[in-house]
Design a protein around this ligand. Structure first.
Ligand SMILES: [Zn+2]
Length: 352
């Protein structure tokens, strides 16, 4: 992997190359952006470039012993710090501080990448701040994070912040066709659903994930015809760990987004995320008001937040389907169901 292989992010790569050419590398970078846009990939490539034995034109050669060791993950001067459990702990930052007291063993730079630094525990963040205040020479620290808001402002201000943009559908689609030999039509469907994230797109190549989305969205699309017993049976089938269920709720949000877009642009050709289900979206959009859809969106968000706690998942999913069923059948037309009662506190009350 080299800078020339990174998909999208041309502005960031240009900036990094210019900093390298002018020998103006800061001691710390902060790469922000959603998952799967190339932050970790770019960090490891930068580690290669600054340590490459034969690099030319501001890129790595990918052939020398240093590049090969970094690619294999066994270069002694290249460290990755990731959360150990729910957090990145102070012991991990202390160990980093200890390593930084010594010169790099083989390379020109010791490069430490802290992955998802929004997971730094408060005391770890304060310890890292001290490291960033007095950075030893020959060290480069790269923090990645989804956004700056979850970090101490003092940490952000001590790094050169480079925001990574979501990848375009064309970039994702071209990558999928080239590397996974899939049809352009399938690549486009996946690229739309990936929402700018290459890792999400690659995960969607697993047919089981798309089948799960199809089942959930088809259940929802037919909900106005369903009997209550069908819905309860659907909740029985709706199983999975927290990550699966969070992803399912994300699918529902893309569905609601498509219904809203369809309602607003009923006569125009609209840009649907679930473009392969456009007929079902058109049919359902005519049955629900925008107000009902926004309320349903709020309910999905409330359940997503509640899923982070120890709530009764089955009851939460039943609530979701029954509420949508009521709205889609027009039972709530005269007086919309007040979804605001489904707050986090409400889910705690129904916790099993
Ligand atoms: Zn090299």
């Amino acid at each position: 992997m080299s800078f020339s292989e990174i998909i999208g992010q041309t502005r960031i790569i240009r900036l990094l190359r210019r900093a390298l050419a002018q020998d103006l590398l800061p001691h710390a970078f902060l790469f922000t952006g959603v998952e799967g846009v190339g932050k970790k990939f770019t960090a490891l490539t930068l580690a290669k470039v600054v340590n490459c034995h034969h690099g030319a034109n501001g890129d790595s050669c990918d052939q020398c012993i240093s590049c090969r060791k970094i690619a294999r993950g066994n270069h002694p001067d290249i460290d990755l710090i990731e959360r150990d459990g729910p957090f990145i702990k102070i012991e991990q930052i202390r160990a980093l501080k200890h390593r930084m007291r010594f010169k790099p063993l083989e390379g020109r730079y010791r490069v430490t990448t802290i992955i998802n630094s929004q997971h730094l525990k408060a005391e770890a963040a304060n310890a890292l701040l001290k490291v960033l205040e007095e950075p030893p020479a020959d060290n480069l620290i790269i923090l990645t994070a989804t956004e700056t808001r979850a970090l101490l402002p003092t940490i952000v201000s001590r790094c050169l912040h480079l925001p990574f943009q979501p990848l375009s559908m064309a970039e994702i689609s071209a990558y999928l066709c080239k590397t996974h030999s899939i049809s352009p039509e399938r690549a486009e469907v996946i690229a739309r659903l990936a929402d700018g994230s290459l890792s999400r797109a690659v995960a969607l190549l697993d047919g089981k994930k798309l089948s799960r989305r199809n089942w959930i969205l088809e259940t929802v699309a037919e909900i106005h015809k369903s009997r209550i017993s069908d819905l309860l049976a659907a909740t029985d089938r709706w199983k999975g760990d927290n990550l699966d269920l969070q992803q399912d709720l994300e699918w529902l949000k893309t569905w609601i987004r498509d219904l809203l877009v369809q309602k607003m642009e009923a006569t125009a050709r609209v840009d649907l995320l679930n473009s392969d289900l456009d007929n079902k979206i058109k049919a359902m959009a005519s049955q629900m008001s925008s107000h009902q859809l926004w309320q349903f969106f709020d309910l999905v968000c409330a359940i997503q937040r509640a899923m982070g706690y120890n709530v009764n998942k089955r009851l939460s999913l039943e609530t979701l389907l029954l509420s949508l069923h009521t709205q889609a059948r027009g039972l709530g037309k005269e007086k919309d169901v007040d979804f605001s009662v489904f707050t986090r506190e409400r889910f705690f009350e129904i916790r099993s």
